[in-house]
Design a protein around this ligand. Structure first.
Ligand SMILES: [Zn+2]
Length: 270
């Protein structure tokens, strides 16, 4: 169980006991090579996150302390060197037991309104909640089922960072020492290359197409839009940095400056 404490100045903080912390962080690839000092700050970031955000279960799901730590630790790794402010302005994390199917009205080019029901693993709303399928949360930690680099929590919280300056378009607010042109060039070149590689894979005969898609350095979903490319590249940055840096070194370099972390160097120490 969490200990609920009253911090100095009356703010509520949460204390995660060591056993729960170990259990809640053991599955995640991004923990590899994290130093003791970094891990202590990650835990403190996680505790502040839990004190500030409200978790709700959908479809009768009880969101246990362990589930909250599992999700919060992954959210916390993104802002470890950025600060809690990056997650300000919204308050709720909604967890579904498995993929959820929101009903959406979509207007097509002919002006006809369609009702869509596409199953989703996660969603991040501008100024609103983060919504997650817990079954998909676990996929990032399941050694047997793990698709390396797939991490729905990192994905949705990367969208949240991107949304600090409006829509999730792959262009989050950059730090003052980061030239905008460098970011744009690195991402535009990588995105164009990746879209071309996905399209080339999809043109192959069906029997070979899937293997070609699986061999790509990023989840093919990154080709959906520059916003999705940033979110998927963020998953890879923390989970499979060797794949991202190997394929798109300039993007890795920009992300290292943006997140102020170097997961590839951590991996070398692990
Ligand atoms: Zn997305």
């Amino acid at each position: 169980m969490f200990g609920w404490l009253r911090g100095a100045g009356g703010s509520r903080t949460v204390a995660i006991d060591e056993r729960l912390w170990r259990e809640g962080t053991a599955p995640w690839l991004f923990m590899r090579g994290l130093g003791a000092e970094e891990e202590a700050r990650l835990k403190a970031t996680c505790e502040r996150f839990l004190a500030r955000k409200r978790f709700s279960g959908a479809h009768g799901l009880e969101v246990t302390d362990l589930m909250q730590v599992e999700i919060a630790a992954q959210a916390a790794i993104l802002v470890l060197e950025l600060g809690d402010d990056w997650y300000e302005g919204w308050s709720e994390v909604i967890v579904y037991p498995s993929q959820f199917v929101p009903e959406r009205e979509v207007v097509d080019e002919a002006g006809v309104v369609h009702l869509t029901r596409d199953p989703m693993a996660g969603e991040a709303w501008l100024g609103g909640p983060v919504i997650l399928s817990y079954e998909d949360v676990l996929l990032a930690g399941d050694e047997a089922q793990r698709v390396a680099g797939y991490n729905v929590v990192i994905h949705e919280f990367a969208h949240k960072l991107d949304m600090r300056n409006g829509d999730a378009n792959g262009f989050p607010p950059l730090h003052a020492d980061m030239p905008v042109a460098e970011w744009r060039r690195a991402f535009a070149e990588a995105y164009a290359d990746f879209v071309a590689r996905v399209e080339a894979a999809e043109r192959l005969p069906a029997a070979r197409a899937q293997a070609a898609l699986d061999a790509l350095p990023l989840d093919p979903y990154a080709a959906e839009s520059p916003g999705e490319f940033f979110a998927v590249a963020s998953e890879a940055f923390f989970e499979t940095p060797e794949a991202l840096a190997g394929a798109y070194a300039a993007v890795y370099g920009q992300m290292r400056r943006f997140y102020r972390q170097d997961p590839l160097a951590r991996l070398g120490r692990a």
